[in-house]
Design a protein around this ligand. Structure first.
Ligand code: COA
Length: 379
């Protein structure tokens, strides 16, 4: 929606970030994965020789870096992920009286955003928890985060995979435009280590854990240093190329337990080929609608899934190969953090821009889903 002076005008007042303390380098990850491969192959040597079981192949640091641009990722629980006999996070189940894990990191990111905006929780009207996975079906994570922050209002969860945060920003902006809320927190706790199959060579390096928060508010109450939201656009096109079949209808069945398709699976090549043109066209069309010359965009904060995809999208949008200043990456240290990726990039790489500079926050991922949020620095 285009903003005009008579309607309420949504802005981004501040963003917040929570980064888990532990990080896993490609070297550490590959060492652990390759030990797992050796163990599997030696334990199944006879079955592999007779053709009943397939031998596994080792991973490599060089491949990971070249194919994705990822050098490390943060995780909430490092030890069991790197243990070749476990290969996944193992959390103590918390009681109903304790703050749940997703809520805890979401609250940390939200507090960071509130502090930066100089905002008290009592002034916030709504919390959206927008993420690729929810810790449980109900009560909503957003309501728990709302309660922990002592926010009086309402909250709900929304999942649009890697595009959850931009879909959350548009939803928050629409509440503000409609007058249903003046201050909305969009919180994205992404504990992607829980949905990643750490034993799958094709994807074991992809994801990392993090939480982000975006405070979307009516300009009339926002701090003077904020980002005007010039326009938002969302798009979804069904695809099976990124899929996770985990769900309450199949988790309990014996054949569902432990199956790889109950975790993240993808056809990475197809995703790359199909999503790049879809997203580049979407950005150019939306820029045209907002009467913004895409080549004049000061910075692109793109979804952080793959450095090659970002290079191609940025080139199509800007008309030339983007440098790190025009299209910053956080993939090297964070990996793919699902919906939080473009928000981390915006959070870490926006302070140096000048008032009047225009940029784009853009997400894309499973669904397929894509979201654009054009912003202009106000002060
Ligand atoms: N270590 C070493 N080699 C590996 C490997 C690993 N960990 N994983 C795969 N390979 C091998 C493959 O076996 C293949 O070998 P072959 O050519 O002999 O068959 C080769 O490397 C290329 O594999 P491929 O899967 O085609 O790699 P790629 O260049 O497409 O890169 C991705 C893989 C996943 C990094 C890339 O496709 C991608 O990022 N796509 C976009 C995904 C995306 O955005 N998803 C959204 C998720 S939210």
């Amino acid at each position: 929606m285009l903003h005009d002076a008579l309607t309420k005008h949504p802005v981004i007042s501040a963003t917040g970030l929570y980064t888990p303390e532990h990080s896993i380098s490609n070297q550490e990850l590959v060492e652990s994965f390759n030990t797992f491969v050796e163990l599997h192959n030696s334990r199944n040597a006879d079955a592999i020789a007779s053709g009943e079981v397939e031998a596994l192949h080792p991973s490599s640091v060089e491949f990971i870096e070249k194919a994705s641009g990822i050098k490390a990722r943060h995780v909430m629980d490092k030890k069991p992920v790197l243990d070749p006999e476990i290969m996944g996070p193992r959390w103590r189940e918390r009681t109903n009286d304790e703050l749940s894990l997703m809520a805890e990191i979401g609250v940390n990111a939200a507090r960071d955003a509130l502090d930066r905006a100089g905002r008290l929780p009592g002034d916030v009207d709504a919390v959206l928890c927008a993420a690729s996975n929810m810790e449980r079906p109900y009560p909503a994570m957003a309501v728990e985060i709302q309660q922990a922050l002592k926010i009086d209002g309402f909250g709900f969860d929304m999942n649009v995979a890697c595009s959850s945060a931009t879909f959350g920003i548009q939803t928050a902006a629409d509440y503000i435009r409609a007058g249903n809320a003046r201050s909305v927190l969009v919180v994205s706790p992404e504990i992607t280590s829980g949905h990643l199959n750490w034993r799958d060579r094709d994807s074991h390096f992809i994801f990392g854990d993090v939480a982000t928060a975006v405070l979307v508010e009516d300009a009339a109450m926002a701090p003077s240093a904020h980002w005007d939201i010039l326009g938002t656009k969302l798009k979804t096109v069904f695809s099976n190329n990124i899929r996770n079949n985990f769900g309450f209808l199949n988790r309990a069945s014996p054949e569902g337990e432990g199956k790889a398709d109950k975790l993240f699976v993808q056809e990475g090549r197809k995703v790359f080929k199909e999503v790049v043109p879809m997203v580049a066209d979407m950005i150019i069309e939306e820029a045209d609608r907002l009467q913004i010359d895409p080549q004049s965009l000061r910075r692109l904060w793109l979804h952080q899934a793959n450095a090659g995809m970002n290079r191609l999208i940025a080139q199509r949008v800007l008309g030339h190969e983007a440098d790190a200043d025009e299209s910053p990456t956080v993939l090297d240290t964070y990996g793919n953090t699902s919906s939080a990726g473009s928000i981390i990039a915006f959070h870490l790489h926006s302070k140096d821009l000048s008032p009047g500079d225009t940029g784009l926050i853009c997400s894309f991922g499973a669904g397929y889903s894509a979201g654009t949020v054009f912003v202009r620095k106000a002060a």
